[in-house]
Write a protein that binds this ligand. Structure first.
Ligand code: AHR
Length: 622
């Protein structure tokens, strides 16, 4: 941290300015409306391997062999000797006649046969020496011979002691083994070797790091990145993944709770299978640990291609009522008891529920009414979010309306004033999904500046805009289908895009009330918003041009004393600069302290930058 005197700061800053001076006046003595405390949140959606292969720490892909009924997807089978066969078996399900998870892997070995079943995780498992791992698997082992399980590199080097698997005499048994890895690898794989004769079946083959995030089986680095955004709410679990292509693929929360071995494995619109290891309960837990209000998006009987007939809507509506009871009900209520059994006796306090995602038309309107009436009758305090998608429902009141924007930087700059014009007597707005998705590389600086300009409008209009969340939140770069995302990662590394840092800068510098700002500039690419938090004035300025913008800044109503500024600046040399796994910090915010003799000073906002200034009047001068 370094400090500038007024004279030095002015000299330096004026020296780099090229554009005609702008003026910016903040009226600190004229507080306006309150800034919504829920303005900045996150939207978690199972897309880009956000959960499975991402935040959910399970290292084995297709651990319960449910991804296909005909072949063990994501497993490599190596056989030697005549007649060995390996395939999916549904005749001896591990948990009897449970609804889901009926597939197992069966290996049949003739005399002297050898079969290896190998799992590479999500394109290579990342293992670190001295870290602890928990291996568990279900086995029904009738093989006379030798069977063991090893964690080893592709080149065949063992990363832990090999685990011997005993014969189980026809019954399913659990093998549980905790170990400390002896080496580092990015290409580790789990290898189960079967030698001898007879038949063996496997199910729920799981490898988890012992380190957890707040007691949850989450990758700590990814969870921490989310937590560092300080989200005020968490919208989940989609997105299109809530809708599904057909109703059979719709997200039904009841299929995602209880024993992980009995949850449904589901193909989703992210084009992969989700284990629902991160299920409804875990999402609520995650939101709680983040200090975020949960906002549950429930399927409203509508998928991309099918709609449940009105006469068959009752179970869909009941799902919403039961979800609320699961989250909020007493521990002796039907669904509250399931929550308590899962280890959370206290209610989760689910106060927001969204009826569907991106559903529209008369069909949506009719279903919205069904959910609205049922929820309001039984849970009048739960606030309902409606879709704004080619229109909005008209049959029932709208409390909160969810809007989505995906477009170019130009669109977001042009829409920085969008909410200035919104009807103040209309519903509160949740901008539940937004991101620059065009002309943005893999998530570059200019994209982040477009979003920052737009967000300056959200903050200024937070009497109307109650919530906002960037989308998508997470992407495993080895599987990314939706570009860009805020948090990008592979099996061991993670970085935030410039958009991530913009989200963080806005969320961690949210004022309590807005202040009027008069901005006069020849540059159409300069945007500003200001507010007050306690005795601090918080000014945010986006300069999307390639010129430094010299600006005469005046803060009215704070007296004449010197002003101390903590300036947080996100910028880089080129608008298309971006971060990557190899250069994770190329575009990250820097901070510095400034001191000006008076609350009227000249400052040059850097080219291609977002600047947050936290200002405090200061008696005397350094
Ligand atoms: O975030 C990606 C997708 O974009 C979401 O699933 C959907 O709601 C939107 O169309």
């Amino acid at each position: 941290m370094f400090r500038f005197s007024f004279a030095v700061a002015s000299l330096l800053l004026v020296a780099v300015a090229t554009a005609a001076p702008a003026t910016l006046r903040v009226q600190a003595d004229r507080p306006g409306h309150a800034v919504s405390p829920m303005l900045h949140g996150v939207f978690f959606e199972e897309i880009n391997r956000a959960g499975d292969g991402g935040l959910y720490a399970e290292m084995v892909q297709n651990r319960s062999f449910e991804d296909s009924e005909s072949e063990p997807l994501s497993w490599t089978i190596e056989k030697s000797g005549d007649g060995a066969s390996v395939g999916i078996d549904r005749t001896h399900p591990m948990n009897g006649d449970q609804e889901f998870n009926s597939c197992a892997l069966r290996v049949q070995l003739p005399q002297g046969g050898v079969a290896c079943i190998i799992n590479d995780g999500f394109k290579g498992m990342s293992v670190r020496a001295k870290r602890q791992y928990q291996l568990s698997l279900m086995v029904r082992n009738g093989v006379d011979g030798e069977m063991n399980c090893a964690l080893r590199t592709r080149a065949g080097k063992d990363l832990a002691d090999v685990v011997k698997i005993e014969k189980t005499d026809g019954a399913w048994k659990k093998v549980d083994h905790r170990f400390t890895a002896t080496g580092d690898a990015e290409d580790a794989r789990l290898v189960i070797e079967c030698k001898g004769s007879g038949e063996v079946s496997f199910d729920m083959v799981s490898l988890l790091p012992r380190s957890r995030w707040k007691g949850m089986p989450l990758r700590p680095d990814l969870a921490q990145m989310i937590s560092d955004l300080r989200p005020a709410f968490m919208r989940f679990p989609g997105g299109c993944s809530v809708e599904g292509e057909t109703l059979a693929d719709a997200y039904r929360w009841k299929e995602t709770i209880g024993d992980v071995a009995a949850r449904r494995t589901q193909y989703n619109l992210g084009k992969y299978h989700s284990t629902h290891g991160l299920g409804f309960h875990e999402y609520l837990q995650l939101a709680e640990h983040l200090g975020a209000e949960p906002l549950f998006v429930i399927n409203c009987g509508m998928s991309h291609k099918q709609v449940a007939p009105m006469a068959e809507m009752q179970p869909w509506v009941q799902d919403a009522l039961d979800a609320i009871e699961y989250a909020n009900g007493a521990a002796d209520s039907t669904w509250g008891a399931r929550r308590a059994k899962a280890g959370h006796e206290r209610p989760f306090h689910l106060r927001y529920i969204q009826i569907g995602n991106e559903n529209d038309g008369k069909e949506y309107d009719a279903r919205y009414a069904l959910f609205y009436d049922a929820i309001k009758k039984q849970h009048p305090d739960v606030r309902i979010v409606a879709n704004s998608w080619h229109g909005k429902p008209t049959t029932r009141p709208i409390e909160i309306l969810d809007e989505h924007y995906y477009d170019s930087p130009a669109f977001f700059f042009a829409n920085a004033d969008r909410y200035d014009k919104y009807d103040r007597s209309g519903p509160r707005i949740c901008v539940g999904e937004f991101a620059v998705t065009k002309d943005c590389g893999q998530g570059n600086l200019i994209a982040a500046l477009g979003e920052a300009a737009f967000m300056s409008g959200l903050e200024r209009n937070s009497d109307v805009v109650m919530m906002s969340s960037y989308a998508p939140l997470l992407a495993n770069v080895r599987y990314k289908t939706r570009n860009p995302a805020a948090i990008c990662f592979d099996a061991s590394r993670v970085y935030g895009t410039p958009s991530y840092f913009v989200q963080q800068m806005f969320a961690t510098n949210r004022p309590d009330v807005v202040l009027p700002v008069q901005l006069s500039t020849k540059l159409p690419t300069l945007f500003a918003t200001a507010g007050r938090k306690g005795d601090e004035v918080i000014l945010k300025v986006v300069n999307a041009s390639g010129d430094a913008q010299e600006t005469e800044v005046a803060i009215d109503g704070v007296g004449e004393s010197a002003i101390h500024i903590r300036a947080i600046v996100l910028t880089s040399a080129k608008p298309d600069d971006e971060n990557s796994l190899d250069q994770p910090t190329k575009v990250t915010p820097g901070e510095r302290d400034l001191l000006f003799a008076k609350p009227a000073f000249t400052y040059a906002f850097a080219p291609y930058s977002v600047t947050v200034m936290r200002m405090r009047a200061r008696a005397g001068q350094d």
